[in-house]
Design a protein around this ligand. Sequence first.
Ligand code: ADP
Ligand code: MG
Length: 264
Amino acid sequence: MSGADATNPKPARRATVMAVTSGKGGVGKTFVSANLAVALARRGERVLVLDADLGLANLDVVLNLFPKITLHDVFTGKHTLDEAIVAVPGGFSALLAGSGMVEYSRMTPELRERLTQVIDEVAPRFDRILLDTGAGISDVVLYTVSLADEVVIVATPEPTSLTDAYATIKVLAAQQNRRSLRVVINQVLRAGEGRVIRGQLQAVVDRFVTPLDPESPVKLELLGEIPSDPAVREAIKRRQLVSTVSPGAPSAQAFGMLAGKLCG
Ligand SMILES: Nc1ncnc2c1ncn2[C@@H]1O[C@H](COP(=O)(O)OP(=O)(O)O)[C@@H](O)[C@H]1O
Ligand SMILES: [Mg+2]
């Protein structure tokens, strides 16, 4: 092998890995991951959503799938990744996890290795991987987020959600030296609410989060806002995604805009 090849290998095409996370639970991480995946797939991206809420997984419920093979089987070596990846109506792929598995509530060296391995193995096959994480700042969530190239923080306009979003931002800035984070404000009641809330969060961050390097402060970018939408409840009752059953609904349209922003 020539010296040039050894020092400058051709970079393999690899998916952009995005963690979809939040401070508080129930704010719409799974909803955002799945519907954003539909919108990105419509734009021609090969998208994989990985249910990284390992102990309390519910992407399968949202997608109305009854997986026989889950990430757990991949982690334990019982099945291959190819057997675990499922094609979802809506044009994307998913890696589902099982619910109620207490062994995934705590980070261990094995879990660390398995998660990293799985992401490394699927990355060359997709354009984008969305990690639908658990809520909060447990070591499992933080480690999962650390594997991502980019972070999307989901929050609703509720004060408790915003306080917890701020806590997450603070920890990610301090522990992972994240300088640039995207926010999605979900369940907004008025157009423009997302922009206002991003501004408020940024003001708190500017005031209280001291970056290691004062030249590079932590910046929050609004990826978009999603309206609170009755069509979502209707879709969930039918165990389908609003973006596939009601593409004209306000929330589905909003995901189209988010995808447009991500695709450039
Ligand atoms: N934009 C929205 N409009 C209406 N309902 C929503 C919206 N976003 C989320 N929901 C409701 O909130 C619930 C929780 O969302 P989910 O994605 O499961 O949260 P998380 O993954 O953060 O725990 C959903 O099942 C849905 O009923
Ligand atoms: Mg969830």
